[in-house]
Design a binder for this molecule. Structure first.
Ligand code: ZN
Length: 143
């Protein structure tokens, strides 16, 4: 394993062991559940919105290291962003893990998950939180 791969692995494991923004959120504006039956990952995403901006975001549930690490890093990245900005980051993240595109600089530590694009079975683990975020944005847009 290269030094870089080891660093990425440590980033993923540290988010898995101590996920950021994990737990319930009182007075959430939107809460959406997502699951990935092929692996058994289940999570619920909770957002507090103010004028189209994500002022608070938390998640809860259980899943494999990739799904939890992806959700943890996602919540750190999209907090205080507008829904439009969050959806643009979703597009960039999916380009990286689904299409194998070079990680956009905006994705920060999430580039640790770039290798998932070569592990097709795990793509759904990495995108679960982001698909749930897209659902939440849709829900928020119609309410
Ligand atoms: Zn998984």
């Amino acid at each position: 394993m290269s030094l870089l791969e080891e660093l990425y692995r440590e980033t993923i494991l540290s988010h898995y062991k101590s996920p950021k923004n994990f737990g319930p959120l009182a007075d959430a504006s939107v809460s959406i559940k997502g699951d990935n039956p092929s692996c058994g990952d289940q999570l619920e995403l909770l957002l507090k919105l103010n004028g189209g901006r994500i002022t608070e975001v938390r998640f809860q549930g259980h899943g494999c290291a990739i799904s939890i690490a992806s959700a943890s890093m996602m919540t750190e990245l999209v907090k205080n962003k507008t829904l439009d900005q969050a959806l643009e980051l979703t597009r960039q993240f999916k380009a990286m893990v689904v299409d194998g595109a070079e990680p956009a600089p905006e994705l920060g530590d999430l580039k640790a998950l770039a290798g998932v694009s070569k592990l097709h079975a795990r793509t759904k683990c990495a995108t679960l939180a982001w698909n749930t975020l897209e659902e939440a944005a849709k829900e928020a847009g119609t309410s």
